[in-house]
Design a protein around this ligand. Structure first.
Ligand SMILES: Cc1cc2nc3c(=O)[nH]c(=O)nc-3n(C[C@H](O)[C@H](O)[C@H](O)COP(=O)(O)OP(=O)(O)OC[C@H]3O[C@@H](n4cnc5c(N)ncnc54)[C@H](O)[C@@H]3O)c2cc1C
Ligand code: SF4
Length: 489
C-alpha cells in the first residue's frame, strides 16, 4: 500500500472535464487526464483494504459489483503511488486487454464497491486506469508482441466489438491463427459506431486495431457472416467459431404512426453522425439542426443522443424516461457493495443544462402515439403520465394525464431485445428467453459443436468491461476445446 493514512488525508479529485459550453462546439473527448501529482494523491487514497471488493466482479441483484475483469486495482494504485508506471502498466495489462477504452467509458462498478466508499467518496480508480494506459502509449511502452509459436488451429471470430476483439487477442496470443469478421465497414463494434466520439475518440480504437493486426490477427470488414459467407463455409474453414455479434436488436416503440418521417432508432442515428465525422463531411446526413428533438428512453444511449443532437444544433431537446427519478443517495435496499443506483447528471445532461438552462429529462412518461401532419412527418408525441404500483411493481397510467409534446425529430433509445434474428436463423444456435444466444457462463459453448458465444450476444446488452471479460473467458474455453489444455488466464 502506498500510504497507510492516505484515505484520511486526501479528498477525491474527480476526473477533470472540459467546460460544457465549450465542448459542445466540437466532437472531441469531454474528459481530461489528471495531473501526475493529483494521480499520486488519488492512488494514495487506496487503503489496500485486504479484501478488495473493487475487483470482485460479481452479479448482485441483477447488477455488477466490482470490476468484471478483476483488475488488480490495489496493486496498480500502489505502483502509481511509488511512481513505477511501468509496473502499473504490466499489472493492468494482466487482466485488461483494452484499458484505453474502459478508462474512458466504463461506469466504474469498481468505485461503487470500493471499501473507502462505505463512508467517503470512492478512490478515483477509473482516472488512474486511464492515466496508466495513456502513459504506456505516450512512452512507447506498448509495442506489438506477436506470439513466438503458432499452432495449426484456425479460429473465426464473428463481430469486432470489445468481446470479439478481446477474444481474438487472447487466442492470437495463445498462438492460434485468428480472423475477425465484421459486417460493418470499420472494426470496433459499438466502440466505433455507437459510443460517441465525445466519450471515446475513434483514433484510440484504430490504434488498438492496428496493434492487433501487427500481432497477426486478420480483420475482414463488410462481410455479414451467415449471409455473405455461409455457416457451412465458415465451419469448413475454421476449427472453431466465436459469435461475438452483440445484442443489436432494438426495442421498438410500437404505437400508432410509428411510420411517420423523422422517427429514427438511436444506434443508426449515432452511427450516421460518427461515420460523417470520420469521413470529414461538413454536414451531418441525419441532423437535428434547428429541430425540436424528443428522445424516448431514459438510459445512457438516450443521453448519447442528447449530446449528439446538441452538437448538431437542435432547437430543443427532451429525453423521456418511463421510470421515476432516482434518489440522490443510495436507498436502503441498494447498500454497498452493490452498484449504486443513484441520480446522476451524465455529461450530456450537464451540457444540455448549460446550453438550454435545464436538465432535458422528464420522468414517468409513456408514449401513446406519434402525431404526424399530412406529409406524414412527425409533429409530436402523445404521452401519458405513469406511476409505479408498488404491489405489482408495474407501471400504470395516471387518468387524464395525456399531453402532446411537439417534435420535429424523434429518436428511439428504448433499449435492446437481444441478439439479431439472423444469428439464430443462420447459425442454428439455441436462443434463451431473453433472446440471447444460449451458452452457459464459464463455458461459452452454444448448442452447435465448435461454436462459442460471448459478449452482449450471450449476456444481453451490457458494458464494454463485461464484453472484454466475456471475450477473455470465452477464449480460454476455445483454447481448451482445441488443445485439451489451456494456459490462458
Ligand atoms: C449508444 C451506446 C452507448 C454505449 N455506451 C457505453 C459506455 O459508455 N460504456 C460502456 O461500458 N458501455 C456502453 N455501451 C454498451 C457497450 O457498447 C456494449 O455492451 C459492448 O460494445 C458490447 O460488446 P460486444 O463486443 O458484445 O458487441 P458489439 O460492440 O455490439 O459488437 C458486435 C459487432 O458484431 C457485428 N456483427 C453482428 N452480426 C454480424 C455478422 N453476422 N457478421 C459479421 N459481423 C457481425 C456488429 O456489426 C458489431 O460490430 C453503449 C451501448 C450503446 C448502444
Ligand atoms: S474496467 Fe471499469 S470496473 Fe474495471 S477497474 Fe476499470 S473502471 Fe473499474
Amino acid at each position: 500500500m502506498g500510504k497507510a493514512t492516505g484515505f484520511m488525508e486526501y479528498d477525491r479529485i474527480e476526473t477533470p472535464v472540459r467546460k460544457p459550453k465549450e465542448r459542445v462546439r466540437d466532437w472531441n473527448e469531454y474528459s481530461l487526464p489528471l495531473e501526475e501529482a493529483d494521480l499520486k494523491i488519488q492512488a494514495a487514497r487506496c487503503m489496500d483494504c485486504g479484501v478488495p471488493f473493487c475487483s470482485i466482479g460479481m452479479e448482485i441483484k441483477n447488477g455488477v459489483s466490482g470490476c468484471p475483469l478483476h483488475n488488480l486495482i490495489p496493486e496498480w494504485n500502489d505502483a502509481v503511488y511509488r511512481g513505477d508506471w511501468k509496473e502499473a502498466l504490466e499489472l493492468l495489462l494482466k487482466t485488461n486487454n483494452f484499458p484505453e477504452f474502459t478508462g474512458r467509458v466504463c461506469p466504474a462498478p469498481c468505485e461503487g464497491s470500493c471499501t473507502v466508499a462505505i463512508s467517503e467518496p470512492a478512490v478515483g480508480i477509473k482516472s488512474i486506469e486511464r492515466a496508466i494506459i495513456d502513459r504506456g502509449f505516450a512512452e512507447g511502452w506498448i509495442k506489438p508482441t506477436p506470439p513466438k509459436v503458432r499452432t495449426e488451429k484456425k479460429i473465426g471470430v464473428i463481430g469486432s466489438g470489445p468481446a470479439g476483439l478481446a477474444c481474438a487477442d487472447q487466442l492470437n496470443q495463445a498462438g492460434h491463427t485468428v480472423t475477425v469478421f465484421e459486417k460493418s465497414d470499420r472494426i470496433g463494434g459499438l466502440l466505433m459506431y455507437g459510443i460517441p466520439t465525445m466519450k471515446l475518440d475513434k483514433e484510440s480504437v484504430s490504434r488498438r486495431v492496428q496493434l492487433l493486426e501487427a500481432e497477426g490477427i486478420r480483420f475482414v470488414t463488410n462481410v455479414d457472416c451467415g449471409k455473405d459467407l455461409s455457416f457451412q463455409e465458415l465451419k469448413r474453414d475454421f476449427d472453431a467459431l466465436v459469435l461475438a455479434t452483440g445484442a443489436g436488436k432494438p426495442r421498438e416503440v410500437a404505437v400508432p404512426n410509428r411510420d411517420s418521417k423523422g422517427i429514427h432508432l438511436a444506434v443508426p442515428y449515432l452511427t450516421a453522425s460518427i461515420r460523417d465525422l470520420l469521413l470529414n463531411k461538413t454536414e451531418q446526413s441525419l441532423s437535428a439542426a434547428g429541430k425540436r428533438v424528443i428522445i424516448i428512453g431514459g438510459g445512457d444511449t438516450g443521453a448519447d443522443c442528447v449530446a449528439t443532437a446538441l452538437r448538431q444544433g437542435a432547437k430543443s431537446i427532451l429525453q423521456l424516461g418511463r421510470r421515476g427519478k432516482l434518489e440522490e443517495e443510495r436507498s436502503e435496499n441498494n447498500p454497498w457493495p452493490e452498484y449504486p443506483h443513484v441520480f446522476q447528471m451524465d455529461y450530456a445532461h450537464k451540457e444540455a443544462e448549460a446550453v438550454y438552462g435545464m436538465d432535458p429529462r422528464e420522468y414517468l412518461l409513456s408514449p401513446v402515439s406519434f402525431v404526424k401532419n399530412e406529409a406524414c412527418e412527425v409533429t409530436g408525441i402523445r404521452t401519458v403520465q405513469v406511476e409505479r404500483d408498488e404491489e405489482t411493481k408495474r407501471y400504470r397510467e395516471v387518468p387524464n394525464s395525456e399531453r402532446i409534446l411537439d417534435a420535429d425529430m424523434v429518436l428511439i433509445a428504448a433499449g435492446f431485445e437481444g441478439a439479431e434474428d439472423a444469428i439464430f436463423e443462420n447459425f442454428k444456435v439455441k436462443k434463451t428467453k431473453q433472446q440471447t444466444i444460449e451458452a452457459a457462463k464459464g463455458f461459452y459453448r452454444t448448442s452447435e459443436e465448435g461454436i462459442f458465444a460471448c459478449g452482449d450476444a450471450r449476456y444481453g446488452q451490457s458494458l464494454v468491461v463485461t464484453a472484454i471479460a466475456e471475450g477473455r473467458e470465452a477464449a480460454r474455453e476455445v483454447d481448451f476445446y482445441l488443445m485439451g489444455e489451456t494456459f490462458l488466464p
